[in-house]
Design a protein around this ligand. Structure first.
Ligand SMILES: Nc1ncnc2c1ncn2[C@@H]1O[C@H](COP(=O)(O)OP(=O)(O)OP(=O)(O)O)[C@@H](O)[C@H]1O
Ligand SMILES: [Mg+2]
Length: 724
C-alpha cells in the first residue's frame, strides 16, 4: 500500500489514520500501533514546519521476509527528525524492537519503521499442533472414513446412471441387481459419513478443551499489571472465541484437504480423456481460485480489525454486567448504554465493511466464472464444428466443469477462510501465551523450606505505570521480624495496599529488593512465596459458589470440623448458620449477597485454612459498625498465633496494640514505633489520631470514644486475651 500527499494538516491527519488502520490490519499489537501513530504525526509535523505545507510526502508499506517495512519519504534538503528534541520520538526509539532509522537519498528524507510480523500458516500449525496431538490416530481414522465416504459418493451417481440405462433397455433383473448394489453403497456411505463426522466432533471437543485448559492456566500467570491494562474483554474473547476457531480450523482444514483430493482425482480423470480441454478448464478454475485467494487475504486483514473492535465491545459488556448494581445506583444506565451502543456500532461497522468488501470480491469472481463458462461452451462448440471431438465428450466436459468448477472454487474459498480464521486466532492465542505483550510472572528456584516470616523492603521504588514516572512507592525500606504484629497506616493512596501487592509478588519492584527471610523474592519459587503468606485483601473476591465451596478453593480436602472451626475463629459461623442452607448457601458473584464485614470475615476464614507464617490483612476502607469491627478484630487476634501479621488499618483502633506501627506517607515510611511512641514523637500521626477521635476522618466514623484505643479498652482486652 502507498499513501501520497502534501504536508497539509488535513492530509497529515488522514494519513496517520490510514497508516494506523493498515498496521492494525497486519496484526501489529495495539500499543505499537498507537506509538507509531504518534511518532508518524510528530515526524510529519516536524517536516511541515521545516519545508512548509506544500512539500510532498509518501508512505509506503511493504511486507518482506516476515517483516512489515514502512517507509516515509519527504522531499527536501536533509533533515533528521530524530535529531530534534522530541519526547515522543525519544520514547519511540526506546519502545520499538527495531528502532526507526533515517537516511537521506535522492533528495528525499527517508524514515524507515520495521515491524515484526508474526505468522505464517505453517508456523501457526506448528504452534498449535500440540493441542491436536492427543487425537492424531483418531484424525487419521476420521480422514480415511471421510475419503471412503467421498469415494462412495462419487460411485453412487455412476451406479444411478447404470440403472437408467438398464431401465431403458428393459432389463428388470439387471435393474434389481444394480439397485441392490446402490443400496449397499449408500448404506456404507452414510455409515462412513457418520463415523467421520463423529470423529471430527470428538477431535474438535478434545482440541478445544486442551486449548481452553492451557489458556486458562496461562492467563492466571500473566502479570497483574498487564491484566489491569488489557481489561477482561480481551481475555474472555480469546479464551471463548479464538480457541473454538482454532479447534474447528483443524477439522475444516482436514475436511477440505479431503475434498481437494477428490477434485484432484476428477481433474486427473479429465486429463486422461482430453488434456487440452482439461487445461482450459484448469485455467478458468485457476483464475477464479486466484480471485478467491485475493479475497480471503483482504478478509484476513479486515477480520483482525473487526475482532479487536469486538474485544472492546465484550470488555465493556463484562464490566457492565459485573458493575450492574453500581451503574443503576449511579443512575448511569443511559450513559453506559450510549457507550455500549457506540461499541456495538463500531464492531458492526467493521463487520459490515469486511463483509461488503468480501461480497464485492465474490461478485468479481462469479462474473469471471460466467465468462469462463461462456468461453468453455464456445470452445467446445468450435471443437465439435471442426470435428475434433464428438458431442458426448463435449457434454462430459461441460458437466465436469459445471460440477467441479463452482464447488472447487467454493472449497478453495472456504479453505482459505478457515486458514485465515485459524491464523488470526492462532496469532491472538500465541500472543497471549508467548508474546512479550502479555508478560508472565517469573519466579526463581530457591525453596523456602520452613519460612520464618521475616519481610524486608530495601530501597524499593514502584510505579504502576513506569513510563509515566509516577512513583507509588519511593525508596521504601523497612523490616518486619518473624512473629511481629505490625500496623501500616497512612493517608488513602499513600501506597499501603501496593506494599502488600509487592510482598505477595503480584507486582514487582521497579527498583530495590523485597526479601522474605532474607532472600530476594525474585529468587524464590512460586509456592515458597504464595504458601508462606495469606493475604486478606481490602475487597476480597468471593466466588459464585456455596460457602463451603468457597472455602474448599483453598483446601480441597478440608473436613467439616475444620470448616466449622475456621468459621468460628473468623467469627462468621453464626452468620452462616442463619443463611437459608447454612454452609451450602450459594453466594452471588463477587459475594454480592454478603455484607462488607461478612465478606472480610469469610475471607479470613478462607485464609485460616492455609497455615502460613505471614498474614497480610488489608482492612476494608468502608467504615464498619462497632460490632462487626470488634468481630473482625477478634478474628485477626485468633489468626495471629505467633505468626507475622501485618495489618493495614484505616482506624488506628485496629492496630493500637501492634508491636510496631509503620506510618506511611507518599510511598515511604515517615515514622515508626509503638502507638504511644508515635503519639509522642510524630506530629503527622498525632493529627491522624486527632482527626479520628474528633470523628472528622472517614475511617473513624462510627467509633465511639470509649472504643478508641486512646481512651478505650477493647483492644487492650483483645491483646491481653492473646497474650494469655
Ligand atoms: N492497579 C493499579 N494501577 C494503577 N494505579 C494504581 C493501581 N492500584 C493503585 N494504584 C494507584 O497507586 C496509588 C496507591 O494505591 P494503594 O492502593 O496502594 O493505596 P492505599 O494506601 O492502599 O489507599 P487506601 O487507604 O485508600 O486503600 C494510588 O494513587 C492509586 O491510584
Ligand atoms: Mg488500600
Amino acid at each position: 500500500m502507498k499513501i501520497k500527499g502534501l504536508l497539509q494538516l488535513q492530509q497529515i491527519e488522514q494519513t496517520i489514520d490510514a497508516a494506523q488502520t493498515e498496521l492494525e490490519r497486519e496484526g501489529i499489537e495495539e500499543k505499537l500501533c498507537l506509538v507509531f501513530r504518534l511518532a508518524l504525526e510528530e515526524i510529519l509535523l516536524i517536516y511541515r514546519e521545516r519545508f512548509g505545507g506544500d512539500a510532498a510526502f509518501s508512505l509506503c508499506f511493504r511486507k518482506w521476509n516476515g517483516d512489515l517495512k514502512v517507509r516515509l519519504s519527504v522531499a527536501g534538503e536533509a533533515a533528521d527528525p530524530f535529531a530534534q528534541d522530541s519526547f515522543i520520538l525519544g520514547e519511540l526509539r526506546k519502545d520499538f524492537r527495531n528502532a526507526p532509522t533515517w537516511r537521506f537519498k535522492g533528495q528525499q528524507n527517508q524514515v524507515y519503521f520495521l515491524f515484526e510480523l508474526y505468522t505464517t500458516t505453517l508456523k501457526n500449525f506448528m504452534f498449535s499442533r500440540k493441542y491436536i496431538a492427543g487425537s492424531r490416530k483418531l484424525l487419521a481414522l476420521t480422514v480415511v472414513c471421510q475419503i471412503i465416504s467421498a469415494l462412495l459418493g462419487i460411485l453412487a451417481p455412476a451406479i444411478g446412471a447404470r440403472i437408467i440405462i438398464a431401465y431403458t433397455h428393459n432389463e428388470a433383473n439387471r435393474v434389481m441387481l444394480i439397485a441392490v448394489t446402490l443400496l449397499g453403497v449408500q448404506l456404507l456411505r452414510n455409515l462412513f459419513l457418520v463415523i467421520s463426522n463423529q470423529g471430527y466432533n470428538r477431535i474438535y471437543t478434545r482440541t478445544l478443551s486442551a486449548l481452553e485448559k492451557d489458556l486458562v492456566s496461562n492467563v492466571l500467570h500473566i502479570e497483574s499489571r498487564c491484566v489491569d491494562e488489557k481489561g477482561s474483554g480481551l481475555f474472555i474473547q480469546r479464551i471463548t472465541v479464538d480457541t473454538s476457531r482454532i479447534a474447528s480450523g483443524f477439522n475444516n482444514i482436514a475436511d477440505m484437504v479431503t475434498q481437494v483430493l477428490n477434485y484432484f482425482g476428477v481433474l486427473c480423470a479429465m486429463f486422461m480423456v482430453n488434456p487440452f480441454i482439461s487445461l482450459l478448464v484448469v485455467v478458468i478454475i485457476g483464475v477464479q481460485c486466484i480471485m478467491e485467494l485475493w479475497r480471503t487475504k483482504r478478509l484476513y486483514a479486515d477480520d483482525r480489525i473487526f475482532r479487536s473492535a469486538n474485544e472492546r465491545f465484550s470488555g465493556l459488556v463484562s464490566e457492565m454486567v459485573r458493575g450492574a448494581r453500581d451503574v443503576k445506583l449511579l443512575n448511569s444506565e443511559a450513559r453506559f448504554t450510549e457507550t455500549l451502543n457506540d461499541r456495538i456500532e463500531e464492531a458492526n461497522e467493521k463487520k459490515l465493511f469486511m463483509q461488503s468488501r468480501s461480497w464485492n470480491a465474490k461478485l468479481i469472481r462469479w462474473e469471471i466464472g460466467e465468462f469462463g463458462s461462456f468461453a468453455l461452451i464456445a470452445f467446445l462448440a468450435y471443437l465439435i464444428a471442426r470435428g475434433l471431438i464428438i458431442p458426448s465428450v463435449a457434454l462430459i466436459f461441460y458437466n465436469y466443469y459445471t460440477e467441479l468448477g463452482p464447488n472447487a472454487v467454493k472449497t478453495i474459498g472456504n479453505f482459505m477462510d478457515s486458514i485465515a480464521d485459524f491464523n488470526i486466532s492462532n496469532e491472538r492465542i500465541h500472543a497471549l501465551l508467548n508474546s512479550p505483550e502479555f508478560p508472565k510472572e517469573h519466579f526463581g528456584s530457591v525453596e523456602l523450606a520452613s519460612p520464618k516470616g521475616e519481610i524486608t523492603f530495601e530501597h524499593v521504588d514502584f510505579a504502576y505505570e513506569p513510563a509515566e514516572g509516577k512513583k507509588v512507592l519511593d525508596d521504601l525500606s523497612f523490616t518486619i521480624h518473624p512473629g511481629e504484629m505490625v500496623g501500616l497506616v497512612g493517608k488513602s493512596g499513600c501506597g499501603k495496599s501496593t506494599t502488600f501487592n509487592l510482598i505477595s509478588k503480584l507486582y514487582e519492584a521497579t527498583r530495590g529488593r523485597v526479601l522474605l527471610d532474607g532472600i530476594d523474592i525474585q529468587d524464590l519459587t512460586h509456592d515458597s512465596i504464595r504458601n508462606s503468606m495469606t493475604v486478606v485483601t481490602q475487597n476480597p473476591y468471593i466466588f459464585r459458589m456455596t460457602v463451603k465451596e468457597n472455602l474448599k478453593v483453598v483446601k480441597e480436602d478440608m473436613t467439616d470440623e475444620e470448616m466449622e472451626e475456621v468459621c468460628r475463629l473468623a467469627c462468621i459461623d453464626e452468620d452462616i448458620k442463619t443463611m437459608p442452607y447454612g454452609y451450602d448457601t450459594l453466594i452471588g458473584e463477587g459475594g454480592v449477597n454478603l455484607s462488607g464485614g461478612q465478606r472480610q470475615r469469610l475471607a479470613i476464614a478462607r485464609s485460616m485454612l492455609r497455615d502460613s507464617r505471614i498474614i497480610l490483612f488489608d482492612e476494608a476502607t468502608s467504615a464498619l459498625d462497632n460490632v462487626t469491627q470488634a468481630r473482625i478484630q477478634e478474628a485477626i487476634d485468633n489468626m495471629r498465633q505467633g505468626r507475622t501479621v501485618v495489618i493495614i488499618a484505616h482506624r488506628l483502633s485496629t492496630i493500637v496494640g501492634a508491636d510496631r506501627i509503620l506510618f506511611m506517607q507518599d510511598g515511604r515510611i515517615l515514622a515508626e514505633g509503638t502507638h504511644q511512641e508515635l503519639m509522642d514523637t510524630c506530629e503527622a500521626y498525632q493529627s491522624l489520631a486527632a482527626l479520628e477521635t474528633s470523628g472528622d476522618a472517614e475511617p473513624s466514623a462510627g467509633i465511639r470514644q470509649e472504643d478508641t484505643p486512646y481512651g478505650g479498652s477493647r483492644h487492650e482486652g483483645g491483646r491481653r486475651r492473646h497474650r494469655d
